[in-house]
Design a protein around this ligand. Structure first.
Ligand code: ATP
Length: 238
């Protein structure tokens, strides 16, 4: 079986700084795959490159059997790859519903868009209750829900989430993480980037550990959770 997403020898630079140094990994259809690593490991850079927001200086990215490393970002969305960015990037003055509709910018199947809005409100009822409210009045966790709901409005086959748990209370984090499992159950494949290794590996079918631009370890979520090096470096155990 060929993977849904295949990243091969990916290298990404900011001028002279090489942030991603030739990494390879894949995401199979139906999986939750986690990419973990500390600050500056290159996780965000990797996601932004897959989305087409940055261009690689080397390597290949293949999605659904097609090379996408030279495809414009908006066409990548249309192909079925969505990105919920680090820091959420919601539009604070727009209403919840307007923010969600921005996620459907590449679609013109208006009837289906309405149905998907309802699906987003079912996934996160608070979004439905406050659909007319400016998004800037939301808490961090609610904004995270909105960012995920907005990404889902493009009807992605693969959803990439950049640090969804950042800055959230334990309860809200649990809520967000259980949504990841729910989206997987509904058929969405997920690439999850997290500094919170525990939360990310618990739900992952497979995981990769990124350190200073290189993959240093990979394995099933379960294997990585019990791995001594992972436990010491990422789970705060000695
Ligand atoms: P974080 O969790 O802090 O976002 P990360 O693993 O996502 O970390 P990146 O943001 O991808 O890491 O950063 C990887 C490396 O690239 C870091 O050394 C960072 O300083 C550098 N970097 C990121 N963005 C830029 C930029 N716009 N210009 C120059 N260097 C950058």
């Amino acid at each position: 079986m060929t993977a849904m997403l295949e990243v091969k020898d990916l290298e990404v630079s900011y001028g002279k700084i090489v942030a991603v140094k030739g990494i390879s990994f894949s995401v199979e259809q139906g999986q939750v795959v986690s990419l973990i690593g500390t600050n500056g490991a290159g996780k965000t850079t990797t996601l932004r490159t897959i989305s087409g927001l940055l261009r690689p200086s080397g390597g290949e990215i293949t999605f659904m059997g097609q090379r996408i490393d030279k495809v414009p970002a908006h066409d990548i969305v249309t192909m079925g790859l969505a990105h919920s960015p680090e820091g959420r990037r919601i539009f604070p003055r727009l209403s919840v519903e307007e923010n969600l509709l921005l996620g459907a910018f590449a679609r013109n199947d208006h009837g289906a868009i309405r149905k998907d809005l309802d699906a987003a409100y079912e996934l996160f009822p608070i979004l439905g209750e406050r659909r007319k409210q400016p998004a800037g009045t939301f808490s961090g966790g609610e904004q995270q829900m909105l960012a995920m709901g907005r990404a889902m409005m493009s009807k992605p086959k693969l959803l990439m989430l950049d640090e969804p748990s950042m800055g959230l209370s334990p309860i809200m984090m649990k809520r967000i993480m259980s949504t990841v499992t729910e989206l997987q159950r509904q058929g969405t494949t997920i690439l999850l980037v997290e500094q919170n290794a525990q939360a990310a590996l618990k739900r992952a079918d497979y995981g990769y550990v990124l350190e200073v631009g290189q993959i240093v370890l990979s394995g099933s979520g379960r294997e990585l959770l019990v791995n001594d090096d992972v436990r010491k470096a990422y789970l705060g155990e000695d």
